[in-house]
Design a protein around this ligand. Structure first.
Ligand code: GLN
Length: 485
């Protein structure tokens, strides 16, 4: 019998519905796999096995009563930036060590209502700042394809858990690439939805105008299923859009004949690893052979995405992180006087990258510099957004790399923050424009490491991305390869 943990969500659901397996068996298989692999992968910050087994028993009981739900009995992992009532939520930071939220994020509530079994909370860069998960204050998560390498970040725990079959799927968050990059590095599917498609209520804020919650899974159909459950308007998040959510599973079955795929010249630049560009170009050929038309396009302001993002995201972060002062949130380092207490608490509680972002952001927002930095960055952000609007008058989807190269070695970029920021060049533009981006496996490099193809779409056109990705996936073998851990 195949290992139950290797089943896609879609296949596991079929077997649960056919009653050839139970949710308890499936959950036990995941818990056993986690016990075996967690010492070498270190994906989880908090494991919730008792709760998982209770959820699984409840799922089996519901099924025995004849009930069915979209994810009834499916074991998932949740990034530790999403509030979970009664379960510690650290954001990968010591400043939230032991913090137990009193309410649950809307997305997690929706997964619970759909019948998920929560296995635990997974590792991330502190406050989602990073591209490798090395900025976690707890542990370094390892890439299941090569444990000397990073899983990507900041949703590295989510990606590693899914790639190592230590969860059937996961939620991650993407502010500037944090779902797409780890999905690419770990050879799985990751979708950053359009800004406003998914409620942020209960997501601990990093860059509020950029933060998006997205599904991570081993197949496109699984990602579509997870998105279906979490998407849609939420009165508790005023930036979530009151738009109908399409039937994503139905969208997968349509053909991509005539689909116009744009190939942006600014994404095929010097410094792009040869194996990566070869794989992306081969994937574009494959889309063409499935009936898509390809068009060369230009997104002329692409180069500005990096400086613009690294003004706007830290500026918003510096405001959002002001609440961690030992009084409103965080374990207090009491120094008697208020300012001394703030200073000591924040000095001990935050890691170096978070401090760097707070300083950058505070500087960019300070009187006298606001117009020159923050104001200017917002203006250029509009130009980046307009690049996409213009491109999408010509094409339906844009195909590009996710990252300039495959997963790098642990420690390689830790002393060079700028080098780390450069990892984000291809993911930041879609984040700044608020449009959806999907990463899916499209090859391996000469070292056998996964390569990710990025598909970018018009705002709220997730179904088009999923359709193109599914057609590609089903016509290739890449998604079938599992990390050999
Ligand atoms: N790597 C980017 C950063 O460090 C993006 C992170 C994210 O998307 N959360 O800010």
């Amino acid at each position: 019998m195949t290992d139950l943990t290797q089943l896609s969500i879609t296949d596991a659901l079929q077997q649960l519905r056919d009653k050839t397996i139970s949710a308890v068996e499936l959950t036990q298989a995941y818990l056993a796999r986690i016990e075996k692999l967690e010492p070498s992968i270190r994906a989880y910050i908090t494991l919730t096995p008792e709760r998982a087994l209770k959820d699984a028993e409840a799922a089996d009981a519901a099924r025995a009563r004849g009930e069915d739900k979209p994810l009834l009995g499916i074991p998932l992992a949740i990034k530790d930036v999403l509030s979970t009532s009664g379960v510690q939520t650290t954001c990968g930071s010591k400043i939230l060590d032991g913090y137990v939220p009193v309410y649950t994020a809307t997305v997690v509530q929706r997964l619970e209502a759909a019948g998920m079994v929560m296995l635990g909370k997974v590792n991330m860069d502190e406050f989602a700042m990073g591209s490798s998960t090395e900025n976690s204050a707890y542990q370094i998560t390892r890439n299941p394809w090569d444990t000397t390498r990073v899983p990507g970040g900041s949703s590295g725990g989510s990606a590693a858990a899914v790639a190592a079959c230590m969860a059937a799927g996961a939620l991650g968050t993407d502010t500037g690439g944090s779902v797409r990059t780890p999905a690419g590095f770990c050879g799985i599917v990751g979708l950053k939805p359009s800004y406003g498609r998914v409620s942020r209520y209960g997501l601990v804020a990093f860059g509020s105008s950029l933060d998006c919650i997205g599904p991570m899974a081993r197949t496109v159909a699984d990602a579509a299923l997870l998105l279906q459950v979490i998407a849609g308007h939420d009165p508790l998040d005023s930036t979530s859009m009151a738009l109908d959510v399409p039937d994503y599973a139905a969208a997968l079955t349509k053909s991509i004949k005539g689909l116009k795929v744009g190939v942006p010249k600014e994404y095929f630049i010097e410094g792009l690893q040869k194996d990566t560009s070869d794989a992306i170009l081969a994937a574009i050929d494959q889309l063409r052979s499935l009936g898509a038309q390809t068009v060369e396009i230009s997104l002329p302001h692409t180069d500005y995405s990096l400086p613009v993002y690294y003004i706007i995201a830290p500026a918003e972060a510096s405001a959002n992180l002001a609440r961690y002062d030992g009084i409103r949130f965080g374990p207090k380092v009491d120094k008697g006087q208020m300012w001394d207490t703030y200073k000591a608490t924040r000095g001990q509680g935050f890691g170096p990258e978070v401090k760097r972002r707070i300083m950058l952001g505070t500087y960019a927002l300070s009187a006298g510099y606001y117009d020159a930095y923050y104001g200017k960055a917002q203006q250029v952000r509009t130009l980046i957004k307009q690049d996409f609007e213009k491109a999408f008058t010509q094409v339906d989807v844009i195909a590009a790399p996710v990252t300039p190269h495959t997963a790098f070695k642990i420690g390689q970029n830790t002393n060079d923050p700028l080098q780390m920021y450069l990892e984000d060049v291809f993911t930041l533009p879609a984040s700044l424009a608020g449009v959806p981006g999907l990463s899916l496996p499209c090859g391996t490099d000469s070292a056998g490491l996964p390569i990710g193809l990025q598909l970018i779409g018009r705002a709220f056109s997730e179904e088009v991305l999923l359709r193109a990705a599914h057609a590609y996936e089903q016509s290739t073998e890449w998604h079938k390869a599992l990390a050999k851990v």
